[in-house]
Design a protein around this ligand. Sequence first.
Ligand SMILES: [Zn+2]
Length: 231
Amino acid sequence: MKFGFLHDFVSLLYPEVCAACGQALYRWEKTVCLRCEHLLPHTGYEHIADNPLARIFWGRLDCHAVTACLFFSKEGKTQHLIHELKYKGNRNAGHFLGVELGKSIKNAPLFEGIDYIVPVPLHPKREQKRGYNQSVIIAHGIQEVLGTPISRDNLVRAVATSTQTKKSRQARWENVKDIFMLKNPDQFADKHILLIDDVITTGSTLEACGLKLKSQTKLKLSIATAACAIS
Ligand SMILES: [Zn+2]
């Protein structure tokens, strides 16, 4: 009780806010308020093999399963969470997204038997600037739910690229196609690899990672992101 009182008092001075809506959290809420948690726009794509995200990769990259946990919605909750993760240094937002993603794929047959969770690597300079790789934060949330090991040091990024945001799909592809390296292909041989990113838009970065993985060894590749910009 004492602690509860102290917590309430501190919260009056420095209220912790919901990473999805910005409203003050009750002390029994963590990172995201119960209302937002209830209203988050889940895609349900983890149960649909030929969903619109899987179709992005048809004819480009042979994927076993593709999903994103959340849609971007009019209320902007997903956008708010991603923004907190990428630009506000809010790792809790990323961990929350990872746990949500992990829960969504945990009992989805398409995502059974994953051997390694592989976050899309950031260039070390970019990671240093931000202080972390947002995909790694998400991967840790997934790991908490699935218990699957994360591999960070096998698929690596070789060359810095300029920001993707304002580029066309072709320009984005030219920008990323040769920037990943697989150091030890044997580690991933005959494994089911789950490639992780924060958001899927054109899929070009994920495609470049996937093509690199597939060109180096025989493996089963699935993709999961916290959010998707298409529906
Ligand atoms: Zn909220």
